[in-house]
Design a protein around this ligand. Structure first.
Ligand code: ACO
Length: 329
């Protein structure tokens, strides 16, 4: 008997109203230039949440659109798996706030913490639940308010990130389409290259944490860059092997949108030409675990993904974590 396949039935995205361009950093006293940011990263602008916009509210907007496109009501959702590095509250999980917001009363709701690779981790959990019969309909969301955890006095990190959310409804596939392979990896020995030292249980929030700004993201940029390129290349190979495909079989590569140079290096390694790579880092910056589902949603909406196409997702983030997935639409 063939193993059942989980597939995407609908996607959506939710974004803050305000856009911040590279030129806007000067207005808040950050010494940087559009030229520096563009050359190093490819980013031109990002969305930034303002008062009243939260990880949950962006997730709800993305989820409602995904549910509407999938033709799924809140009452049909069996599980909500939400990936975030920026939960609205430390307890309980943001997924339960989303559940309440949507009125998905039957759902089991929980968060996943795998940073920028989190959406693919969450989608893999959804796949497991669907293929083992634990759930029929799973809402997977990546939602991030990165502006709340970046240090707005640190020009080497604050220019990189943006806020937003992407969602996908997964169900059992009807026509042998959907997830063909997944690959997940982590290396916790490298955790301190990209992390938030303070504010958690081992260094609870106090005056010292506030003063030394250790609750904000700290990143060894060059090291992260090196590992991102290596790990995303590895992840592409593994998911392609798992699906018994090569880069030539891929119609669209959707890499995590952190940095144009990382995206180009990943595409080159995977043997996918840049015309077949989805890029929106220029408009969103790095939205962590929201980046892959936002790009996926755009690609479905604007026709870059058509029926029958094979798509490779790949991401890398804090942990380090890295992951990939091959899907047939
Ligand atoms: N504007 C102007 N100058 C800046 C800025 C800025 N925003 N930030 C740093 N600089 C300066 C530094 O002070 C330094 O100056 P100095 O030489 O006088 O000391 C100079 O630019 C070079 O700094 P580096 O940090 O060495 O610059 P680098 O070329 O490595 O680029 C960058 C930095 C863009 C962060 C790069 O390392 C990178 O992209 N790393 C990957 C990080 C990433 O994508 N992280 C996201 C999370 S993980 C993920 O999602 C993949």
């Amino acid at each position: 008997m063939k193993r059942p396949i989980a597939a995407i039935a609908g996607t959506g995205r939710g974004l803050p109203a305000a856009v911040m361009t590279n030129f806007d950093f000067a207005k808040i006293g950050i010494e940087t230039t559009d030229e520096w940011i563009t050359e190093r990263t490819g980013i031109k602008q990002r969305y930034i949440a303002r008062e009243g916009e939260s990880t949950t509210s962006m997730a709800a907007a993305a989820a409602r659109q995904a549910m509407q496109r999938a033709g799924v009501s809140a009452g049909e959702i069996d599980a909500i798996v939400l990936s975030t590095a920026t939960p609205d509250r430390l307890l309980p999980a943001t997924a339960v706030d989303l559940q309440a917001e949507l009125g998905a009363t039957r759902a089991a709701a929980f968060d996943i913490g795998a940073a920028c690779a989190g959406f693919i981790f969450a989608a893999t959990v959804a796949e497991g639940m669907i293929t083992t019969g634990v759930a029929e309909t799973v809402l997977v969301v990546g939602s991030e308010k990165m502006s709340s955890i970046i240090d707005w006095q640190d020009r080497s990190t604050c220019v990189l990130f943006g806020d937003g959310s992407g969602a996908a409804v997964f169900r059992r596939a009807k026509h042998h389409k959907g997830i063909l392979s997944t690959y997940l990896r982590s290396d916790g020995t490298l955790a301190n290259l990209l992390y938030r030292p303070g504010g958690g249980a081992c260094m609870p929030f106090c005056d010292d944490v506030l003063q030394d700004r250790s609750f904000y993201v700290k990143m060894a940029g060059r090291e992260v860059f090196k590992h991102a390129v290596r790990s995303m290349a590895d992840a592409c190979d593994r998911a392609l092997d798992g699906a018994k495909l090569t880069g030539k079989d891929i119609d669209l590569l959707i890499p995590h949108q952190a940095n144009m140079r990382i995206i180009e290096a990943t595409a080159k390694h995977a043997n996918v030409s840049m015309e077949k790579v989805y890029v929106n880092v220029d408009r969103y910056g790095n939205t962590s675990s929201a980046s892959v589902p936002i790009a996926l949603d755009e690609a479905l909406e604007n026709g870059r993904i058509k029926d029958g196409m094979t798509v490779l997702l790949v991401a890398f983030g804090a942990g380090f974590t890295w992951a990939s997935m091959v899907l047939r639409f």
